[in-house]
Design a protein around this ligand. Structure first.
Ligand SMILES: Nc1ncnc2c1ncn2[C@@H]1O[C@H](COP(=O)(O)OP(=O)(O)OP(=O)(O)O)[C@@H](O)[C@H]1O
Length: 434
């Protein structure tokens, strides 16, 4: 464990000294993919090669593509160039969806491109909507305020920044997101963006059983109209296949052994230019406090992270300040503690996506972290019952996913797969955000 920590610290220092970015002179994702296979960096996978061809098509079709400028003249005179179809890759965990999308992203020579985790993107969309509404000058000419739709200006802001947008982990679990996606993406596509996305869900399964799903369903067609849809399901989880056997940063606690984490925390702190202290972050006007940190190292617990009303935005905030996070006392999770479980999944997604190093103490091994038992109608928590009352739902409405926990059960596999990879030496030695 200490050797891995030392290597990782050395690597980080080296990277801090290296400011230059590497220029790419590839001729597209297929060349890069084949090179990596020939060099033995990647296993040959026929389904991945098929997706490589679709990515190559997008690469070729976007080489001379420019979305029409959004100005008054173009509104009247431009014959808008049709945007190339994007790509929506879906499939089981660890199949290589993100790897392929990132390979495309690093190969394509487009200035206005962005690659973002879908969670983060939606957090930003809601912030932009909030901001846009604040600055709107209401028209009271008829004595009544005219309705204001913040979606078009927000879409314009996004597409002005990037027209090639790569989304990792496209998933819809939030009713507030579900209700705006169709209008938002219709505007984005009208503005000429090209989208590539990875997801664990087929488009038809997005927001499955979600509240007010009928309002969401039209978005699926918009997605299909603008993206080729391909399944990547080779049945291989490359995270598990490529793993070395260094299962050393996930500790199952036992009462009679010494605390394994304290010496690791001390070692990590010795590399930081700071003292051990509490930290308070102000996130969207709220103070979020953590008891013990030192420079880029946070020592915290499941309770501190998941037993409080924190969300994706808070976890993303942490990734900006800490390169290593120690999470103590992770219990076995189940739908009985659904809110905490959901937060833990969101937390691990954020930490994985930003390559944050994670050390965990838990009461059970990784594979047993989640108890997958479908909740039955007669076993609804007080919290859900109150929500049902607020939403005026009857007992028979419990098929909606917030009550059966379908989304969580599905996400358990991803979290277990990610946590397993997060122990590997390869993960520890790579630095920075993805
Ligand atoms: N053909 C391959 N050969 C070797 N390693 C691979 C191959 N494809 C993917 N990997 C590696 O497997 C790991 C998981 O891949 P990736 O993150 O792209 O999977 P994913 O399908 O996006 O998973 P998830 O749905 O959990 O996000 C990565 O470390 C990636 O580099």
């Amino acid at each position: 464990m200490f050797q891995i920590l030392k290597n990782s610290c050395k690597k980080r220092r080296k990277l801090q000294l290296k400011f230059s970015t590497t220029a790419s002179n590839n001729k597209g994702p297929m060349v890069t993919l084949n090179n990596k296979i020939n060099k033995g960096e990647l296993y040959r996978d026929e389904i991945q090669l098929k997706i490589g061809k679709s990515l190559q098509r997008i690469y070729d079709e976007t080489t001379n593509y420019q979305p029409a400028e959004k100005n008054l003249l173009s509104k009247f005179f431009s014959s808008r160039e049709k945007a190339p179809k994007g790509l929506y890759i879906y499939g089981a965990v660890g199949g290589g969806k993100t790897m392929l999308m990132d390979l495309f992203y690093s190969t394509c020579d487009i200035k206005k491109k962005s690659r973002v985790h879908f969670h983060e993107f939606m957090v930003d969309v809601h912030a932009k909507i909030h901001e846009t509404k604040k600055h709107v000058v209401r028209d009271y000419s008829d004595d009544k305020p005219k309705p204001f739709d913040p979606i078009p200006p927000v879409a314009n802001l996004i597409s002005a920044n990037a027209w090639m947008i790569c989304f990792d982990e496209f998933q819809v679990t939030d009713v507030a997101d579900a209700m705006i996606l169709k209008r938002l993406f219709t505007h984005l596509f009208n503005n000429g963006i090209v989208m590539i996305a990875t997801s664990n869900r087929a488009p038809d399964d997005l927001y499955k059983n979600g509240l007010q799903r009928s309002n969401f369903v039209p978005f699926i067609q918009v997605l299909k109209d603008h993206c080729e849809v391909i399944s990547l399901d080779s049945g291989i989880d490359y995270r598990l296949k490529g793993l070395q056997s260094s299962k050393s940063n996930y500790f199952v606690k036992s009462d009679h052994k010494l605390d394994p984490v304290e010496p690791i925390f001390k070692f990590l702190c010795s590399k930081e230019n700071d003292v051990v202290r509490g930290r308070t972050f102000t996130i969207q006007g709220r103070d979020v406090t953590f008891g013990k940190a030192c420079g880029g190292v946070l020592e915290t617990s499941f309770e501190e992270l998941c037993d409080r009303p924190l969300g994706a935005n808070d976890y993303l905030h942490l990734t900006q300040f800490f390169h290593t996070i120690i999470i103590r006392d992770v219990p076995q999770m189940s739908l009985k503690i659904k809110s905490q479980t959901r937060r833990f999944i969101t937390l691990i997604d954020a930490l994985y996506d930003h390559r944050i190093k994670v050390i965990i103490t838990a009461s059970i091994p990784i594979k047993e972290l989640f108890l997958t038992q479908k909740r039955d109608k007669d076993n609804i928590s007080d919290e859900d019952r109150m929500l049902m009352d607020d939403l005026k739902m009857g007992k028979d409405d419990t098929s909606a996913n917030i009550f059966t926990g379908d989304e969580e059960i599905f996400a358990f596999d991803r979290t277990v797969s990610r946590l397993t990879q997060m122990q590997s030496e390869e993960y520890w030695n790579k630095d920075g955000t993805r």
